[in-house]
Design a protein around this ligand. Structure first.
Ligand code: NAD
Length: 269
């Protein structure tokens, strides 16, 4: 198990779900942790729970859809802990519905948080990460980045495809000029967090197709969300392992990943 002693980690969306689990894991392994989240009260609770002394955890209210807010996060991290070794661009939101019904404002919101939040996080933090040996970026996509699956998730899927494509390009570019900053993409299937709670409680809400075959696929996916979900702590373990190996990874839920990749291969054949 990697010892993260002395490392400074920044986790966006760190007040809940997977981000909180990552923060907890880094802290347990000796790191100092900055959790950044748009929800102030969740942030306060998370900081208190993680480290009541407040010595190794800092909460910074941040809106990742704003590059000014991300710049302030970087400045506060440097002021508090002197630099950054690991950046987890994890904050994300979800919206859905038939494409024609999703407003342009909703499309932009999902892209601003899920994609531009990741892109600007990398742009703003990279100069700091380049100053550290063994620095690493973990960008949270989703299995939706390569297995679209559900007909009502176009904004979410588009944003996560963008995260995956951007992250692969970033890794190639960094490697081409000899950077030691590693990049991983976190692309899990269903994880039991607040984001999936609604679907777990209301599987009927996905009845959207008049095509019975298509509806069956959707219902199966909803059931999978209810049944298969990984625990956030398992995801955090995968993340810690990928940082230890410090090379490009797409971390995902094995069963669903295989399905997704097979779907894509079938189209390519
Ligand atoms: P979550 O809702 O528990 O956590 C997301 C966190 O992001 C929340 O604390 C929220 O306040 C924060 N956030 C939202 N908008 C923000 C903004 N503009 N700026 C800063 N923080 C913001 O959900 P989660 O499941 O832990 O999601 C974490 C990431 O994992 C997301 O990117 C999500 O898309 C992705 N993901 C989730 C699943 C799943 O099944 N839960 C699967 C694959 C990928």
């Amino acid at each position: 198990m990697k010892d993260f002693s002395g490392k400074v980690t920044v986790v966006t969306g760190g007040a809940s779900g997977m981000g909180l689990a990552m923060a907890r894991r880094f802290l347990a392994d000796g790191a100092k942790v900055v959790i950044a989240d748009i929800e102030q009260s969740a942030l306060d609770t998370a900081v208190r729970d993680l480290d009541p002394t407040g010595e190794r955890v800092l909460g910074v209210r941040t809106d990742v859809s704003s590059s000014e807010s991300l710049q302030q996060l970087a400045d506060k991290t440097v002021d508090a802990f002197g630099g950054v070794d690991i950046l987890c661009n994890n904050a994300g939101v979800e919206t859905g519905g038939p494409i024609a019904d999703v407003t342009e404002q909703a499309w932009r919101w999902v892209m601003d948080v899920n994609f531009f939040g990741v892109l600007n996080g990398c742009r703003i933090f990279l100069p700091l990460l380049e100053q550290r040996p063994e620095a690493h970026i973990v960008n949270t996509a989703s299995v939706a980045a390569f297995a679209t699956g559900t007909p009502t998730m176009a904004p979410y899927c588009a944003s996560k495809f963008a995260v995956l494509g951007f992250s692969e390009s970033l890794e190639i570019e960094l490697r081409s000029h000899g950077s030691t900053v590693g990049v991983s993409v976190l692309a899990p299937g269903p994880v039991k967090t607040r984001m999936t709670e609604a679907e777990r409680n209301k599987p009927d809400s996905v009845k959207v197709s008049t095509d019975p075959e298509r509806q069956k696929v959707i219902e199966n996916l909803a059931r999978k969300t209810a049944e298969v979900g990984m625990e956030p702590a398992d995801v955090a373990d995968m993340v810690a392992e990928s940082i230890r190996d410090n090379r490009f990874f797409i971390l995902t839920h094995p069963e669903i990943a295989v399905q997704g990749v097979r779907t894509r291969l079938a189209w390519m054949e």
